[in-house]
Structures are given as C-alpha cells and as structure tokens.
Design a protein around this ligand. Sequence first.
Ligand SMILES: *[C@@H]1O[C@H](CO)[C@@H](O)[C@H](O)[C@H]1NC(C)=O
Ligand SMILES: *[C@@H]1O[C@H](CO)[C@@H](O)[C@H](O)[C@H]1NC(C)=O
Ligand SMILES: *[C@@H]1O[C@H](CO)[C@@H](O)[C@H](O)[C@H]1NC(C)=O
Ligand SMILES: *[C@@H]1O[C@H](CO)[C@@H](O)[C@H](O)[C@H]1NC(C)=O
Length: 419
Amino acid sequence: MPRRAHAHAAVAAHLLVSAFVAAAAAAAATYNVIDYGAVGDDGGVTDSARAFEAAWAAACAGDAAAAAATVVVPAGGVYLVSRARFAGPCRSGAVAVNMTGATVVAPVPYAGVQLWIVFQDVDGVSVAGGTLDGRGRALWACRRARRPDCPPATRSLTIYRSRNVAVRGLTSRDSAGIHITVQASAGVAIVDTVVSAPGRSPNTDGIHIKQSTGVTVRNAVIGTGDDCVSMVEGSSDVLIEAVTCGPGHGISIGSLGDTPEQVAVRNITVKGSALAGTTNGLRIKTWAKANAGAVAGVSFSGVVMRNVSNPIIVDQNYCPGNASCPTEARSPETCDLGSGIEISGVSYTDIEGTSATATAVRFDCSPSRPCAGIAMRDVRLRYQPPAAAAAEEQPAASFCRNAHGVAFGDVDPPSCLTE
Ligand SMILES: *[C@@H]1O[C@H](CO)[C@@H](O)[C@H](O)[C@H]1NC(C)=O
Ligand SMILES: *[C@@H]1O[C@H](CO)[C@@H](O)[C@H](O)[C@H]1NC(C)=O
Ligand SMILES: *[C@@H]1O[C@H](CO)[C@@H](O)[C@H](O)[C@H]1NC(C)=O
Ligand SMILES: *[C@@H]1O[C@H](CO)[C@@H](O)[C@H](O)[C@H]1NC(C)=O
C-alpha cells in the first residue's frame, strides 16, 4: 500500500518539522551575550557594551509567538561595559535579562557619561541577579577635591519611561552617582537588592524615584553616602518595605521645590524597615522657596532606628549656604513665607529606637504652608549621646514649628504638634 506508506511518511515528516520548529523557537528565545561577542574571562578588559546591546536588540526584536526572550549574561564572568542602552518597545513583548552570578564593571577611571546602564521605553522586562560595579572611586575623589573638570557622576542603573519592570536579586556597588533610578515609569518592583558604597561617597543615593507611580522596593540592604531611598517630584503609590539602611542619609522625600516644576508626591508607604548610623531616619525636605506643590498621604510604620541623627524630620527650610533662597536668606524674624509646598496627611506609627542627637523629632514646617494632619502613634525615641552606652540613654526632645496634627498612644518624646 504505497499510498498509505507515503501518507505515514508525510505525517512523520510533519511531526519532525514541528519538533524542529518548536526546538528552534525555544532556542531562539535565549540570547547569550557571549554569542554576540561579549568577553567575560579577560578580567574586564574588552568592552562588551556592543555585544550586550546586540543580544538585547535580538531578544527585543524576537518573535512574539516564541517563549519569553531571555538575554543571558553567563555566571562567573566579569564584563566591562562602557555604557549600554536597552531600548524598547520590543516586538517580543516581555524580555528577561538573567545576570545571575555575573559581574558587570564600569570603565576606570571614569565612564564619563550621565547614565551607564539604561532600560528605556520597555514594557514587561525582568532583570535577575548580577552585580553592577560602578567603580566610582576616582569620580568621588574628583568631586571631593572640588576639581572643576570632574565628569558627570554616572548613574549605574536607570529605568526610564517604562512599565512593568521587575529587578530581582541585583547587587549594585560603588556607583559614581545614584545607584538605581526609576524615572517616568509605572509598575516597577525592585526586590532583594543590595546597594553598597562608602558613607563618604558623594551623591550615591541607593534608589531614586522620580515622576513614577506604582513603585515597590522590598527587601533591600542599602548603605551609601547619600539617601538610601529618595523620592522626588511626581512619585506616587510607592511602597518601601523591609529596607535596611545605613550608612547613609536615610529614607527621604525630597528635596522638593528647588525649581518651579510642579511638585506632587502622594500615597507613599514606608514600613517594616530599619536604619542604623544614618544622618536622617524618615525625612521630608523642601527648599525654602515659594515654588508650589504638595506632599499628601505618607505613612511611616514599623521602623526601628539605631544611632540616627535626625530620626523623624520634616525640614521645609532647606537652603544650603543660604544661597538662592529668598525667604530663608532673610533673618529668621522676617522669614515669613518659607516653602510653597503643602505637606498633609503624614502618619508615624510604631517607630522606635535611638537618636544620636537630643532632638529626635523635628517638624520644621513652612510659615506660609503649615504642615497639616500629622499623626503620631506609638513613637518611642531615646537620645543616646555619642560614645554613651545603651544604659545611658536619655529622654529626647521634639521640635515643632507650624506643625499641626495629633498624637495617640505612647509618644515619647511628647508631641509638640498643635491641632
Ligand atoms: C538564571 O540563570 C540561572 C543559571 O545561570 C538559573 O539557575 C536561574 O533560574 C535563572 N533565573 C531566572 C530568573 O531565569
Ligand atoms: C497607594 O499605594 C499603594 C501601593 O503602596 C496601592 O496599593 C494603593 O492602591 C494606593 N492607594 C490609592 C488610593 O491609590
Ligand atoms: C553612630 O553613628 C556614627 C555615624 O553617624 C558612628 O560614627 C558611630 O560610631 C555610631 N555610634 C554607635 C554607638 O554605633
Ligand atoms: C543662614 O541664615 C540663617 C538665618 O539668617 C543663619 O542663622 C545661618 O547661620 C545662615 N547659614 C549660613 C551657612 O550662612
């Protein structure tokens, strides 16, 4: 029966072809940077930037019908990358980048660019593992020496104009500038992150959020020379949870209001976190300038402080060196305008620990826009003078200026808020 035999052969051939197509699709879904020319075993000498971008471009252009495209940076390698742009939108939809066990290093002495590694205009990207080493020492030294010719303080990782991005298990160390920036984006999760830079490294914020909504930072260990987490204009629906901060300048909203750009920060939650040896704990900071804006709906809860210089601080009179702040530059008596930013609906619940200064709670609000609706519940902060043993803790003080709100439960130092 030749005809049937032929039919069987055709079916078998068809199945075979289907299997090949499936295998090819699965294989095509992985884009190994080595295949695009990256070098990870020469001690970080060869610039692999173009290889990284080529692997990304291939993954991004891949077939939407295939399994999610994955860019693989093989474990164990040390890859020099001068600068890299991972741009979308991607035809393949979701793209994963797996850097588990790999180290990506910036050039020395300087990258000389504003942004080192950037994901932009992407939707549905996940980045797993890996270490980014910004090797910022030479740049910090330049800035500390106030040399006029320092190149830009290169930011290590930037997520820009993107949606649905997850960064998991990343280690970022020694960025020349800000370690991780989320800007003009929505739906970004940064989890299981380690950020480290020396306490004396200038402007090395851990995670910086700007003009973005729906941002989660969970399980992060951050020690830097600036804010562990900073949130500035346009940050909304942000959740910061289980962050360990120190050294650094604390968890900060601001600085806000330096420029006339409209400032709106709302619905920020910080919970279950710990700060140790930081200059600030939970801070809201605005310039003493008339620029308008609002910070509304901020909840701080379950935070432990150890040896924090300003555990709870709202500073609406920020004006370093008294330069270019018309209201603050006047004498305190005539300084009757202050910041144009309204702060309202800020709660502090279950905050405890030690302050390295006598004033553990400071609400220094704007004369023209007093803080409204501050709520404190179960806040216990003691003053532990430098070099004093825990047994020598003393009562701390609180300071209020133009600050309205209420206190419930066990609040020590006693609240100075007025209704
Ligand atoms: C990344 O690759 C490693 C192998 O190098 C694997 O064990 C791990 O599951 C991958 N992670 C993700 C999120 O795909
Ligand atoms: C506030 O932000 C949280 C995320 O922290 C979000 O789940 C919640 O829906 C937001 N609330 C409002 C009223 O938008
Ligand atoms: C407190 O923190 C400072 C840094 O701000 C550090 O120098 C000092 O050793 C710390 N003290 C204790 C008791 O941990
Ligand atoms: C700034 O001005 C205030 C009030 O006039 C003054 O107390 C303070 O010493 C000034 N600071 C600097 C750095 O000039």
